[in-house]
Design a protein around this ligand. Sequence first.
Ligand code: SAM
Length: 265
Amino acid sequence: MLVGYAIGGGPERVLADRDRNLSFGEIKVLSQAVDRRTTQEPMAHILGTREFWSLNFKVTSDTLVPRPDSETLIEAVLERFTDSQAPLRILDLGTGSGCLLLALLSEFPFANGFGIDVSDGALSVARENATTLGFATRVKFATGDWRVPGWSEKLDGPYDLVISNPPYISDGAMGQLEDDVVKFEPHNALSGGADGLDAYRLIFSELPGLLKAGGVCAFEIGFDQGESVATFFEDAGFDLIGINTDLGGRDRAVLASNVKPQANK
Ligand SMILES: C[S@@+](CC[C@H](N)C(=O)[O-])C[C@H]1O[C@@H](n2cnc3c(N)ncnc32)[C@H](O)[C@@H]1O
């Protein structure tokens, strides 16, 4: 991958060009990239992009690198909505690179999105991704901070669908993360306080007013947080739709609605 980066065109180009020698310029770029990788800098930061939901997202040190596990949330949302009831207004809390919101806009062609984040650096990457991927006219991004009471008032609710992948790593688990995550990814995209649930508590304090009657919420969770987040939903008056597991079979996304599902006739 690094050779593909150095010569431009990615790994495919390495195979296509395998009989030629690298130029001095390419060797220099490759050697700098290898030096960065040997300090544990994530590949996505060196390459500048990461694929998510078959779309290419720009990533920088201001954004969490989109994780394959987060595709569980997209799949869970797609299972929930049929084409005729697709969401038209989607809110993303803690949008980062914009990967979740923009992936959903690629699936729901009539939907518009709003993403907030506390990090202005992340928001500028999200805006760039929206433009590059062709969604700029269907999405807006703004600074927002769920630690500030009243944070939901300027979000132009209510929405058909509210999604979030908030920081959810507990203090204990933060100490066990790989070096490439701890040293290079933004701390406030990861750390969820003592039990990892601080961001959910703050989000739930104002969530009910953000969702239309019959709307759906989809939140990413840590593998051991399903029960706690399901309880937060129930305490806030939502009906649990279900907990979806990732490819490793671990709980990864909780979905809930703010009305009781119609009984089958
Ligand atoms: C786990 S990352 C998720 C990023 C992206 N949605 C994804 O799935 O890759 C959490 C995001 O929440 C943002 N965030 C952290 N604290 C916040 C706060 N108090 N208010 C709003 N956003 C916050 C971080 O900047 C980060 O972009």
